[in-house]
Design a protein. Sequence first.
Length: 514
Amino acid sequence: MGDSKRRHALAKQQVVEALGLETAGGRLQVRWNDGAQATPQGQMAFFIEFLTITGLFAAWLANCPLTYGSPNGSSLRDILGTWLMSILSGHWRYAHVTAIRADGVNPQLWGMSRVVSEDTLRRALAAMDEATGVAWLNDHLDRTVRPLLKAPWILDMDVTVKPIYGRQEGAVVGYNPKKPGRPSHAYHTYQVSGLRLLLGVDVSPGNATHANHTLPGLLALLDRLPKEQRPQCVRGDAGTSGEPTLAGLDERHVHYLFKLRQTQNVKRHIERTFFGAGWTDAGQGWEGKDGQLRLHGWSRARRVVVLRRRLKGEVLVADDRQQELAFIEKGATIKAYEFAVLVTDLPHEILTLAQLYRDRGDAENTFDELKNQWGWGGFTTTDLKRCQLSALAVALVYNWWSLFVRLGHPKARLEAITSRPLLLSAVAQRTTHAGQQHLLITPQHGDAPRAKNLLTTIHGLLKQFKQRAEQLRETTVWQLVCDHLIETVTGFRRGVTPLLPPPPPTLVGANCGF
């Protein structure tokens, strides 16, 4: 009876406060329903179910190193839940947390009591010890990705630059090809090729872009992986093929494929091989030729592959100092080429090596998505510690969301700019009746039937995995999810030939220098 009276009083108040608006479609009565529990991201409930059933969210909370001495502090669940919701919503500033504070549905579904303020979130990250916080987030990156490493895979190492526009710690002028002279941070990353999953990220000052700053994280990652889960190959762009990197991989018996900078010694090697015989097809108009080269600083000679491709049409030669241009028409006696030189210890033919390196270009798509569609372009604070923690947290939520979407759409990867509006945005209102919670979802996407089908598929799979895990008892839901993704996304089944079969034992000994 009390609830009925309150609803009646609320309805009378809404009538009194109603406004009559004159619109092109006619007069409209507008009322505010302040007491309703609604959200603009009504389909987030499916992602909450995904992290709940797999146990990923509970484990993330369980060993978080953040502790408060005061009983008046915000709960750990409220802080981490706010952080997760903000990242998932595509925010790139702590101030954007305000946009989700009026959500009346999703915080309760995460088990939160409230959404904390941006200042509370900043202070919480400042109170966290950097070493234990980084170890905590790296541990959960491992827990998320390592069950997927049963299939043969390739590790891409690279560094990307994040421009900084304030006076932050580590904001130093360094290598910045798009905005020269702009202070920046350097993000050293290690990712699973093809799946576009991150295994780690190290944030350094802007002048620490050299491969020697990437190497410690790479070796630490390889050392904590069991031998059967180590990559078939490590790939990297020009500048990553120094002796410390190559020697570290040789010592761990991990193959590598790197591009060489065209230094004077590399150019001399190109000159020696150019007019010789033995050029073979390398695909997409390229030709390749094998050779041996020992650069200054290398401990021994290594296999290098020179790739060349003839340029078509006219060649424009520019002199910046004299501001002169010259067009060269290529005839029968003049041919123009572009070159690339690879260093590797893989035993495969040139065509395979060239294609493997071309596939490395997909790593740039990961950087583009993380910096422009997730929070890597922001969450900047005065101290470098919180930038490191936020970079790892964004990578973790990015991995969770990527695998969630792949569970319903295994044939192709959907980037966040497509998948978030499709699978999150929907007006939803939560009601309670007979002790049960109900969520009424009103889709807002033009492809709403597709979203409904994908989310229903994911829900059905999770339900099956939960039942199987309860029956088997020796496995977990997350292991079953990963096994399903390995088979449906990569097509890998145990007993098939790996992507990069190991070389003969004699070749391993020769390459490793033992």
